[in-house]
Design a protein around this ligand. Structure first.
Ligand SMILES: [Zn+2]
Length: 415
């Protein structure tokens, strides 16, 4: 692992120095680095997790404490495992095919294509699709499923090579990965190169405003370098010769933005009123003033105090608590608050990749969900709060023995 302190203070969008803290979550290990049993006594590397804000352009980002190459070579998140996400993806592919009249002569490219969970729906319809996915283990799974996938980082160089090989995109997708790239301008410049003259880029990423309003500080982690307002995202695309022609707030992942862009000189996609409306709206809600960013840390600290207060009371009453899910955000929350086996007996997760391993930092064991029926915990602490309702429904049998659900984000809640 390489610590990169040299670029710690430079804004990825405008190049100014970033001197103001947005969120400081202390020292935390990489939240996707699940531990094998034989490695429990080997120690873990902890890195600062401190997001800063640029007061010139209001871009919020983390320094590249750990190089992206070191994080993404083996990545534990297989997105296919969430039911609601898979349903959403299948429906959105239908929409693309109709809206852009995609067929056998079209080309769809997705950066950060994961295990092919999205592109498989295009492949099934006979529409040529290509994934670009940096995690080699994940790309291998996609290829085995019949989704052609390059095990590479998407950047200017990758895009130029594909273009030389005669590939260019009618539809270029990037779902929840633009926030993971350290060299933002290089990647967006690559998108422009790969896009056909009348092609469309659709990008989705978590929305900074939803994060602040929803108190979602646990979605800050070392491999998410950027936390976008529309203001900042709009600037990045415009700066790279692209034109944002549509923007929409969507409820996914706690609140995201869906941005559509085309070449700056492509007149086939007129700019929708949504663009000016959201930019104005961000100004009205204070996103162009420093206080909007500097007040977030007070909110984070208050949540930690309230959560620990609740857990201490439960433990003093002799209650048993099990954590549901071992997602990245859960690992950040548990580490930031210092919640280990002193509060939680174990975690459960539906992903076979995580079961049998241990959570980073807290070293809590991750077990199969069925374990809950056996040990009958009195409280189930739901860590992936974004799918809270789905989990409460799936795990309703907890009520058989009087069990309750606990959620910490946006605020402490017992269900
Ligand atoms: Zn800046």
């Amino acid at each position: 692992m390489t610590i990169r302190a040299s670029d710690a203070q430079v804004c990825r969008v405008c190049g100014s120095r970033m001197e103001h803290t947005f969120a400081d979550l202390g020292m935390i290990p990489l939240c996707q680095k699940y531990i094998e049993i034989q490695d429990l006594d080997r120690g873990e590397t902890f890195y600062p997790l401190r997001a800063r804000v640029c007061m010139q352009c209001f871009y919020v980002g983390l320094p590249e404490y750990v190089r992206a190459e070191d994080i993404f070579t083996e990545y534990a998140y297989f997105s296919s495992y969430s039911d609601s996400w898979t349903k959403y993806i299948a429906a959105s592919v239908e929409q693309f095919v109709d809206e852009f009249s995609l067929g056998p002569s079209s080309q769809v490219v997705e950066m950060g294509s994961n295990d092919g969970y999205l592109l498989q729906f295009f492949v099934a319809r006979g529409i040529p699709a290509l994934g670009v996915e940096p995690a080699a283990n994940v790309a291998k799974i996609a290829n085995a499923k019949g989704v052609p996938t390059l095990a590479k980082f998407f950047n200017l160089q990758t895009a130029a090579t594909l273009k030389e090989e005669g590939k260019s995109a009618d539809l270029l997708l990037a779902y929840n990965c633009l926030d993971h790239v350290p060299d933002l301008n290089d990647v967006v410049a690559g998108m422009k190169i790969l896009l056909k003259p009348r092609g469309v880029i659709q990008v989705e990423f978590p929305y900074l405003r939803s994060m602040v309003e929803g108190n979602q500080f646990d979605t800050i982690y070392h491999d998410r370098f950027s936390y976008f307002s529309f203001l900042a995202a709009h600037h990045v695309f415009t700066h790279n010769g692209l034109r944002v022609f549509d923007i929409e707030r969507i409820p996914l992942h706690g609140g995201s933005l869906r941005l559509r862009a085309c070449h700056a000189d492509d007149s086939t996609h007129p700019v929708q009123s949504s663009v000016a409306r959201l930019l104005a709206d961000e100004e009205v809600c204070g996103m162009k003033s420093p206080e909007y960013y500097t007040m977030f840390m007070r909110q984070i600290t208050a949540t930690k105090h309230n959560l620990l207060d609740c857990l201490v009371r439960l433990k003093r009453d002799g209650r048993s608590i099990v954590g549901y899910g071992a997602p990245a955000k859960g690992n950040v929350l548990l580490n930031y608050c210092g919640i280990r086996s002193d509060f939680i007996d174990y975690l459960v997760d539906r992903s076979p990749y995580k079961c049998g391993k241990y959570a980073p930092g807290t070293q809590l064991p991750i077990r199969d969900v069925e374990q809950i029926r056996i040990t009958r915990p009195e409280y189930l602490f739901i860590l992936p709060w974004n799918i809270k309702n789905e989990i409460v429904e799936q795990m309703s049998y907890l009520r058989e023995w009087g069990g309750k659900f606990l959620v910490a984000i946006p605020e402490i809640e017992i269900l």
